[in-house]
Design a protein around this ligand. Structure first.
Ligand code: LLP
Length: 408
C-alpha cells in the first residue's frame, strides 16, 4: 500500500497534476477473475470500451483475448487501430443515422440492432446480413436511475413481446440473426437481476424463432464497491448458477452457443485513480473548502450520479482527520468531488488521489471552462509510462482555432 502511494507521488511529481493513473496489471487480474467465474468453453469477455478508451488499456485487454463492445464509429475505428480483429467487435450503438449505419456496415462489423424500425430499414438495405438483436430484458436494476437500461422507462432494446415481429422482419429481409443481446444496467445491485434477465432472453431464444443463433450476450453491469460500506460481490459464486443455466439452455436449443458478457466498470474502475493537487484551503463559516486543480468536467461521476469516490491525501496519510469539501476549479457551485468528507489533514500543495476512477471518468470528460483534460499514465508491470499527455491551454486553444478557421 505504502509502495503504491509512493509511486503515485512520484507520478504526480514527474508528470504534474491533474493526471489519471491506470494499473494495467489490475485490469488483467479483473479480466482473469471473470474468465474464471464464468467457466464456459465458449466464453467471450467483450470489453465495453465506453468505460475507458485509453489505447494502452485497449491493447492490454486485446493481448489477453478480450472482445470489444463498441458504441460509435469512433469506438470502432479506435478498437481496430488498437489491433482488435473485426470479428471480435460487436457494434451496439443506438439511434443511428443512415450515414453511420453505412460507414459501420462497410467495416463488416456485427451490428446489434435495438429497434424494429432500424431492423426494418436494415433488412431492406442489407438483405442477407448477419446481425444481433438487442432486447429490453424487462428487469430493472443499476446503481443510479440514469444507468438502468431495462424496464419501461428506458430507450434501449426491442420489447420481449416483439420477438415474433423481429423474427418476421428478419426473415423477410433474409437477415441472419446470429445473436441476442440485453444489458440490464450498470452496477447491478442484485445478482438475481443477472439471472432473471438471462432467463427472459432465453425464453424468447427458441430454435424455431431464431434458428441461426451463435451466441447470447448478457451485457455488462458487474458492480464494483465504490463506497466504504459496499462489499465486492462474489461473482465466482453466482458464476456457477450462470453457467449451469446457460448449459441447460444450450441443451434445449440444441447447440453449444457462445456466452458473452460486456463488462466495462468491473475491468477498469478499480484500476484507475485521478491525482490532483490542492492549491487553496479556505476556512468558511461552517466548512473547510479544499480547492484543487481539477474539476467536474474531468471526473463527473460525483456531480452527475451523486457517486462516491474514495479520496486519500497521499501526501499526508497519517495526519489528523478533518472534514472537507473537496472542490474543483470550475465556475459552478456544484463542482465538488466530495461533500464534507473526512480526510487526513490537507495542506496546500498536497496530492489527493481520487480512487476507483478507471471507468467512466476520463471517458466522460470534457474541456468546459477550457481546462485541458488530465494526462494519463499507466503502470505496466509496475513500471511508470506516460500514455497520453496533457495539452497545455495554448495547445487546446490552437486546436479550437484550427477547427474554427475562417470564423475568427
Ligand atoms: N453493454 C452495454 C450495452 C452498455 O450500455 C454498457 C454500459 C455496458 C455494456 C457496460 O456496463 P458496465 O459493465 O460498465 O456497467 N457512466 C455510467 C455508466 C454508464 C454505462 C453505460 N452503458 C457510470 O459512470 O456509472
Amino acid at each position: 500500500m505504502k509502495e503504491k502511494k509512493e509511486k503515485l507521488l512520484e507520478i504526480a511529481s514527474k508528470y504534474g497534476t491533474p493526471t489519471y493513473v491506470y494499473d494495467l496489471d489490475r485490469i488483467k487480474t479483473q479480466y482473469q477473475y471473470l474468465k474464471d467465474a464464468f467457466n464456459w468453453p465458449k466464453l467471450a469477455i467483450c470489453y465495453a470500451m465506453k468505460a475507458n478508451y485509453n489505447p494502452d488499456i485497449l491493447k492490454t485487454l486485446g493481448s489477453i483475448g478480450a472482445y470489444i463492445d463498441a458504441v460509435s464509429p469512433g469506438d470502432l475505428y479506435l478498437a481496430l487501430q488498437c489491433g482488435f480483429d473485426i470479428s471480435k467487435v460487436i457494434y451496439t450503438a443506438n439511434n443511428m443515422k443512415e450515414t453511420e449505419v453505412e460507414a459501420v456496415m462497410k467495416t463488416g462489423v456485427l451490428m446489434n440492432i435495438d429497434s424494429l424500425s432500424r431492423l426494418d430499414k436494415l433488412a431492406k438495405k442489407y438483405p442477407g446480413a448477419r446481425i444481433c438483436l438487442r432486447f429490453n430484458p424487462d428487469v430493472v436494476d443499476g446503481e443510479h436511475d440514469k444507468i438502468k437500461t431495462g424496464g419501461d422507462l428506458t430507450k434501449f432494446g426491442i420489447l420481449l413481446e416483439d420477438a415474433d415481429n423481429a423474427a418476421l422482419i428478419a426473415k423477410k429481409g433474409n437477415l441472419k440473426i446470429v445473436g441476442l443481446h440485453e444489458h440490464t444496467g450498470s452496477g447491478l445491485k442484485k445478482t438475481d437481476s443477472i439471472l432473471s434477465a438471462m432467463k427472459n432472453i432465453m425464453a424468447i431464444a427458441t430454435p424455431i424463432r431464431f434458428p441461426d443463433l451463435e451466441f447470447l450476450d448478457f451485457g455488462g453491469g458487474f458492480k464494483v464497491p465504490y463506497g466504504p460500506d459496499e462489499q465486492q460481490i462474489n461473482y465466482k459464486k453466482i458464476g456457477k448458477n450462470i453457467t449451469l443455466l446457460f448449459k441447460d439452455f444450450c441443451i434445449d436449443y440444441g447447440k453449444q452457443l457462445r456466452l458473452i458478457f460486456e463488462p466495462g466498470k468491473f475491468l477498469t474502475a478499480q484500476a484507475g485513480a485521478l491525482l490532483i493537487e490542492v492549491n487553496t484551503i479556505k476556512q468558511n463559516r461552517e466548512r473547510i473548502i479544499c480547492g484543487t486543480d481539477s474539476g467536474f468536467p474531468q471526473l463527473i461521476r460525483p456531480m452527475f450520479y451523486d457517486a462516491y469516490h474514495h479520496i486519500e491525501n497521499i501526501s499526508n496519510p497519517n495526519g489528523p482527520f478533518k472534514k472537507y469539501d473537496i472542490c474543483g476549479n470550475i465556475c459552478e457551485t456544484g463542482d465538488l468531488f466530495a461533500n464534507q468528507r473526512k480526510l487526513s489533514k490537507i495542506r496546500e500543495k498536497d496530492i489527493l488521489s481520487i480512487n476507483d476512477a478507471g471507468a467512466y471518468c476520463y471517458a466522460m470528460g470534457g474541456v468546459y471552462n477550457l481546462r485541458p483534460m488530465p494526462a494519463e499514465v499507466v503502470l505496466d508491470n509496475g513500471a511508470i509510462r506516460l500514455s497520453r499527455k496533457r495539452l497545455s491551454p495554448e495547445q487546446l486553444v490552437s486546436l479550437i482555432l484550427a477547427e474554427t478557421s475562417g470564423n475568427v
